[in-house]
Design a protein around this ligand. Structure first.
Ligand code: C2E
Ligand code: MG
Ligand code: MG
Ligand code: MG
Length: 282
């Protein structure tokens, strides 16, 4: 009986695993045609400045309009793209699309900074610097309006390489943000070593603010540290008024989250931020 039961368990495990493999293989195959098929779209989530109470930036977040599966979120395909190397072409497409959009906004006197997520493979892949340089030149962008988001774990993969690349990018004038701050190895050394211009406090600390005294202490300590190091700070995943109040009281610079808006298609984003008239210079 035990043997039989065990056999069944293995079979179930196998068929689940097999389905997962097939799924991944299918996603990989479909990803190969997604760029040429214009199936990707960037959505934009607004970033709010807590002092002026205005929207000052956007984070570009990729969405995939899959012909059969419908809209797909990055959580369902970025890892596969990373493992297969497809992230290089997807990442290039994202940077190009984000910079083109930033150019269009600057053209319309919409003063926004653009945050773009960069994956490890893209960061260490060899031509990020050249690509960013090319985009800044081609679209005549103010360098500081482009902010690249990297996670701490990614930076630590190769500290020497990362230090050089970060310095080169900072010399170009683009911003560098640590994404999901507090969830990686959080070695404080890199804050000294890398020319970081911004930290984004991970959503997990923000969602705990109302229930956990520890989270409140951690967040106020991060705010104090960022201030002392002259690094700008964004809180991710702000969903309630109470969370915003805590952050504003503790002088956190910026906030991003569903309290304000989820990521929106460009037309909706433009409508959202221009309803807030202070972003328009004319
Ligand atoms: P991330 O960079 O930390 O982006 C923030 C994620 O949190 C987004 O999920 C966003 O929709 C979600 N979010 C924002 N506000 C809230 C909130 O108030 N509550 C909750 N529960 N969630 C909130 P999304 O768009 O699914 O992206 C997930 C991750 O995928 C991103 O995390 C980022 O690491 C990665 N990603 C997205 N776009 C790209 C891209 O173009 N390239 C690369 N390499 N990675 C990307
Ligand atoms: Mg991000
Ligand atoms: Mg990210
Ligand atoms: Mg994040």
């Amino acid at each position: 009986y035990a043997k039989k039961k065990q056999g069944t368990a293995i079979q179930i495990f196998n068929s689940t695993l097999l389905k997962a493999f097939k799924d991944d293989a299918e996603i990989e195959r479909d990803l190969n045609v997604a760029i040429r098929g214009r199936q990707f779209e960037l959505y934009y989530q607004p970033l709010k400045d807590l002092q002026s109470q205005t929207y000052i930036g956007a984070e570009a977040l990729i969405r995939w309009h899959h012909p059969k599966r419908g809209i797909m979120y990055p959580g369902a395909f970025i890892d596969i793209a990373e493992q297969t190397g497809l992230i290089n072409s997807i990442g290039s497409w994202v940077l190009e699309a984000a910079c083109k959009q930033l150019y269009l906004w600057q053209h319309r006197n919409i003063e926004m900074s653009m945050h773009v997520n960069v994956s490890a493979r893209q960061f260490f892949g060899g031509n990020l610097y050249e690509q960013v340089w090319d985009l800044l030149t081609r679209y005549r962008l103010k360098p500081k309006t482009l902010i690249l988001e990297i996670t701490e774990t990614e930076l630590m993969e190769d500290i020497r390489y990362a230090t050089n690349l970060c310095q080169e990018l900072a010399d170009l004038g683009v911003g560098l943000a640590i994404d999901d701050f507090g969830t990686g190895y959080s070695s404080m050394r890199y804050l000294k070593q890398f020319p970081i211009s911004k930290l984004k406090i991970d959503r997990s600390f923000i969602s705990d603010l109302n229930i956990s005294r520890q989270s409140r202490e951690i967040v106020s300590a991060i705010i104090a540290m960022a201030k002392a190091l002259n690094i700008s700070l964004t809180a991710e995943g702000v969903e309630t008024q109470e969370q915003e109040q805590f952050l504003a009281d503790n002088l956190c610079h910026q906030a991003q989250g569903f309290l304000y808006s989820p990521a929106l298609r460009e037309a909706d984003f433009a409508r959202f931020i221009t309803a807030d008239s202070s972003v328009l210079l004319h």
